[in-house]
Design a protein around this ligand. Structure first.
Ligand code: NAD
Length: 351
């Protein structure tokens, strides 16, 4: 039986681990997970059945010689690239690592991936794909009346994070145009789900409520984000891998625009039902703080191009958020990771 070899970068992160868990459901998949293991990695998020189908290599993608080594040893059929610094607030305070991992790291993967691909036999060369996982933030900020981002929307990144992701998207596309390297770029909206490091909005709010601490909200909290369950994102990635046209970009979103304040209120009212506090309602913990510099007002993403390939999001916000809150309540130890994280700023998360 032919095995499919998937090289996944950032596989111990929030989205990468969801992808690996999904791929491990199929016995015919072999996975090699490259991750440097940073503050946002969770090694408990993947439980392989044995070493036959799953390998982990602790590698920083900034080190090209190690990437070269692992690619030639593992012989991937597909590379799905998720490793990146992912937190906007950290990029504002300390952009350096974002340039290294998101731009230089992506360059290394492209370069080593291309040299490997070039020498593959014709049939393998034809089926090989490099999927680059990127964000809607590369398109910048929308006003309330503007239409949702399309794949050909102009890039206007506003934070060091989104600028570093935009740079990596441009590099990936140039490897297709210049070297015919078979890529897809996927731009996705705000993900939510299990195993998201609790500096990001949803686990952060749950964690603050459980600790009875103030919930910081940037500015007036009316910035809009478009939310998608991480499992729907992962299914979208696999649809692109399976049916995407080489060299094309695909947006992934679930058409679920919410203000940050709505998200926080929704979480608070579910917690009021599930674990009521006798003394106060959870939304009384809300505390408006000074806005983030360069804060984007609105993201909204049009996924019709991917829907035309047969993909659709399967989880509504109402069921998705309840289920995710439940997961965090059953995994309170994970929420305490906040204390082990290196980030201690008051900033809120990927808003
Ligand atoms: N979380 C979202 O809502 C969202 C939305 C759109 C796109 N994305 C993109 O999806 C990808 C994954 O995001 P996430 O939320 O899972 O992030 P995450 O921070 O939870 O995980 C990132 C993982 O990448 C690893 N990593 C970072 N730099 C590395 C390096 N130099 N070498 C090796 N490993 C490295 C980290 O150790 C971590 O395990 C990123 O590329 C991000 O830009 C995220």
């Amino acid at each position: 039986m032919k095995k499919n070899n998937f090289l996944i970068t950032g596989g111990y992160g929030f989205i990468g681990s969801c992808l690996v868990r999904e791929l491990l459901k199929n016995q015919d998949n072999r996975i090699c997970n490259i991750d440097k293991l940073s503050y946002s990695s969770s090694i408990d998020s993947i439980k392989p059945n044995g070493e036959d189908n799953y390998k982990f290599k602790k590698i920083d993608i900034v080190e090209s010689n190690k990437i070269k080594e692992v690619i030639s040893e593992f012989e991937p059929d597909y590379i799905i690239h998720l490793a990146a610094e992912s937190h906007v607030d950290r990029s504002i305070d300390n952009p350096d690592q974002f340039i290294k991992s998101n731009i230089n790291g992506t360059y290394n993967l492209l370069n080593e991936g291309y040299h490997y691909w070039k020498l593959l036999p014709d049939d393998k060369k034809l089926s090989f794909r490099f999927i680059h996982v990127s964000t809607d933030e590369v398109y910048g900020s929308l006003s309330e009346k503007e239409s949702a981002f399309l794949e050909n929307s102009v890039y206007k990144p506003n934070s060091p994070y989104s600028a570093s992701k935009a740079s990596s998207d441009h590099l990936v596309y140039s490897w297709y145009k210049t070297y015919s390297f078979p890529i897809n770029i996927v731009n996705t909206s705000n993900n939510y789900g299990p195993w998201q490091f609790p500096e990001k909005l949803i686990p952060l709010v749950i964690s603050k409520c459980l600790k009875g601490e103030k919930i910081p909200i940037y500015g007036n909290g009316l910035q809009i984000r478009d939310w998608i369950r991480v499992e729907d994102h992962v299914n979208g990635l696999l649809t692109v891998l399976d049916k995407g046209i080489i060299g094309e970009k695909y947006n992934i979103g679930a058409n679920c625009e919410k203000t940050n304040l709505q998200v926080v209120h929704d979480i608070c009212s579910i917690l009021d039902e599930v674990i009521p506090n006798k003394e106060y309602k959870y939304n009384t913990l809300i505390n408006f703080v000074e806005d983030r510099p360069g804060h984007d007002q609105r993201y909204a993403i049009n996924s019709n191009k991917l829907k035309n390939l047969g993909w659709n999001p399967s989880v509504s916000w109402e069921e998705g958020i309840k289920d995710v809150i439940n997961w965090y309540l059953n995994n309170k130890n994970f929420l305490n990771l906040e204390n082990n994280g290196t980030y201690s700023g008051e900033r809120l998360g990927r808003l």
